[in-house]
Write a protein that binds this ligand. Structure first.
Ligand SMILES: *Cc1c(COP(=O)(O)O)cnc(C)c1O
Length: 359
């Protein structure tokens, strides 16, 4: 059995891949693949409409929000957001919780007058933590507040939604569909697809319709929210295959019991691993309990000389991609929706045996 702990592109549900394999040469009885027909064909458009409806059902997205399927993954949104809804004279607020926030801030600086960092991660006796909202240095007239609820590289998460009186923009690339959320608290939710939705390159954008009207700038047309909303994300040719796979993943999540079922599974998997790390003097995790991610769990071997052996033996047992991000080192286990509970059990079982053999 192979369990793939890759942070992204990440594991997809096996049943989705099998269905795609079956349909590869003959989609919907057409005798050709989904990649080989026009995106304007009614049969393709019907698939995209079902995909949107399934996502709306899963996340309870209200009618006053548009759902866009765009190009360029997560990072394209780092520039799309400030260009579309702020502009050259605006001030915008960013919470800095780690690597992805940092990159989003650098990108936003190109398009607005001022990017104000409201707070960043601090060291506390309990570990790295996000300062409480009442300690954030919010600006008076921000066009929006941007944050990353789950920092994929750092394994740091903000589990409360900050309500600050300006449109809230969230990079949910590594946490979308992992638990129920209240979409009405957000102005824009966006996500690169390759963690919990499907293949890389696709991004899903959920935007409150009034924000489509804020545009004051010249925005590259494929990245223009208003144009893409009006054109049902088909201003130009979309990534038709990625959209099809995303549609299949949405159906899979629905069949699993939707987001409440995903939340339960993700809580169970992450608790298993954190318990293993916390009950050991051999492994450690340096994030304060209240800010621990349930998706991406970094951990270090106290003796880093054993890192390579750990990775080698894990791989030999079918536990793949546990090496931490090159920025932080150590290990990282990413366990998105597609990772079954058995995967977390297999990892913890291996870690326990490895510790016994080497402590
Ligand atoms: C993976 C990731 C991105 C980057 O996505 P790309 O599709 O590579 O641009 C951005 N933000 C977060 C939080 C991510 O996890």
């Amino acid at each position: 059995m192979i369990y793939n702990f890759s942070a992204g592109p990440a594991m997809l549900p096996a049943s989705v891949l099998k269905k795609a394999q079956n349909e590869l040469l003959d989609w919907q009885g057409l005798g050709i693949s989904v990649m080989e027909i026009s995106h304007r064909d009614p049969i393709y458009i019907q698939m995209t409409e079902e995909a949107e409806q399934d996502l709306r059902d899963l996340m309870a997205i209200p009618d006053n929000y548009s759902v866009l399927f765009m190009h360029g993954g997560g990072r394209a949104q780092f520039s799309s957001v400030p260009q579309n809804i702020a502009g050259p004279n605006a001030t915008v607020d960013y919470l800095n919780t780690g690597v992805w926030s940092d990159i989003a801030i650098i990108e936003a600086r190109k398009y607005v007058a001022e990017v104000n960092e409201v707070a960043k991660v601090v060291e506390t006796p309990e570990g790295k933590a996000i300062p409480p909202i009442n300690a954030w240095a919010l600006s008076k007239n921000a066009a929006y507040l941007h944050y990353c609820p789950n920092e994929t590289v750092d394994g740091i998460a903000l589990h409360e939604v900050p309500e600050v009186g300006v449109p809230l923009v969230a990079d949910m690339s590594s946490v979308i569909l992992s638990e129920p959320i209240d979409v009405t608290k957000f102005g824009i939710i966006y996500a690169g697809a390759q963690k919990n939705i499907g293949p890389s390159g696709l991004s899903v954008v959920i935007i409150r319709n009034d924000l489509l009207e804020t545009q004051q700038n010249r925005v590259c047309t494929v990245m223009n929210y208003k144009v893409q909303a009006e054109q049902h994300s088909m201003y130009n040719t979309p990534n038709t295959f990625a959209w099809y796979l995303a549609a299949e993943v949405f159906k899979w999540v629905k069949a699993q019991g939707g987001l409440p079922a995903m939340a339960e599974l993700n809580a169970a998997k992450s608790s298993l691993l954190y318990e293993c790390v916390d009950n050991s003097k051999f492994y450690r995790n340096t994030i304060a309990a209240q800010n621990r991610s349930r998706m991406n769990i970094p951990f270090q071997l106290v003796d880093s000389n054993l890192d390579n052996l750990f990775l080698q033996q894990a791989k030999a047992e079918g536990l793949l991609s546990l090496k931490g991000h090159r920025f932080v080192g150590g290990m990282r286990a990413s366990m998105y929706n597609a990772m079954p509970l058995e995967g977390a059990h297999a990892l913890v079982d291996f870690m326990t045996r490895f510790e016994k053999a080497h402590r």
